[in-house]
Design a protein around this ligand. Structure first.
Ligand code: IPE
Ligand code: IPE
Ligand code: MG
Length: 248
């Protein structure tokens, strides 16, 4: 912690980091390995990034693990990704629990195998009182799907149209109660959103790196945080520095 805070002041550490963990397939292909080997390596890396997040003092970490569009991949790959989620819960839950990580899920559980749904729900229940790091796993997650469901729930709740505000929408998303992401990291160089947190990212800062996800290490994570610490987040206004100058 001391090492991090000397490089990034604690007040400049983003409360919520969200990551599009991309490039596992290309990482594997570069090495002449099957794509699933890339997903395995990516999962190993996730463990390191979760630890680093706890160490850096990040409060919320949201990771994009499987999108609503990823069902369109070859069945073997989809099966492998499902298996990886199950394996992570089976083998990492105790350690994550000990470290004070609270697991949450965003997305639709319905389409997963009933046994996997049960595992996810049990992991959420076991860790629900932890508060060192809230880890949101976006699995079978789609931003549009999330907004469509929010609209359905708002209509069902009987709220009058003129009473619907941006806050109402936020409160009906999977992420209700979670602050919007301050920093979104996308590995593997793609310059697109790919249906991730499209409502919540309205004023997020982006960090895109060509590094493939399995190689995104603690040093590069720290570099992303340093880079974030230097951003001037204006939210459509003018920077506080400029205001002071003009008032002088
Ligand atoms: C990200 O890596 C992991 C998932 C989408 C599940 P990819 O599998 O998308 O890797 P590339 O983009 O094909 O290299
Ligand atoms: C986004 O990556 C989804 C995840 C990282 C889980 P994709 O690889 O699916 O996105 P596209 O297809 O390049 O937009
Ligand atoms: Mg990809």
């Amino acid at each position: 912690m001391a090492e991090t805070t000397s490089v990034v002041p604690l007040e400049k550490i983003p409360a919520h980091v969200a990551i599009i963990m991309d490039g596992n397939g290309r990482w594997a292909i570069q090495r002449g390995l099957p794509r699933l080997a890339g997903h395995k390596a990516g999962t190993e890396n996730l463990r390191r990034v979760i630890r680093a997040s706890v160490e850096f003092g990040v409060k919320y970490l949201t990771i994009y693990a499987f999108s609503t569009e990823n069902w369109g991949r070859p069945p073997e790959e989809v099966k492998g990704l499902m298996y990886i989620l199950e394996d992570v819960i089976d083998h990492e839950l105790n350690e994550l629990h000990k470290e004070g990580v609270q697991l949450r899920h965003i997305g639709r559980l319905e389409r997963l195998a009933p046994s996997l749904q049960q595992k996810v729900l049990a992991a959420i229940e076991v860790t629900k009182n932890n508060n060192r790091l809230i880890l949101n796993i976006a699995f079978n997650y789609g931003g549009r799907d999330e907004i469509v469901q929010a609209i359905q729930r708002i209509i069902k709740s009987g709220i009058q149209p003129e009473d619907v505000t941006a806050v109402t929408v936020s409160q009906h998303l999977y992420t209700a109660g979670v602050p919007d992401p301050d920093l979104i990291i996308r590995t593997s160089g793609e310059l697109r959103v790919s249906n991730f947190l499209i409502w919540q990212s309205a004023y997020s800062e982006w960090y895109v790196t060509p590094t493939f996800w399995p190689d995104f290490d603690k040093d590069e994570y720290l570099h992303a945080l340093q880079n974030f610490a230097q951003r001037d987040r204006r939210y459509g206004k003018v920077s506080s520095g400029e205001l002071q100058e003009s008032n002088a």
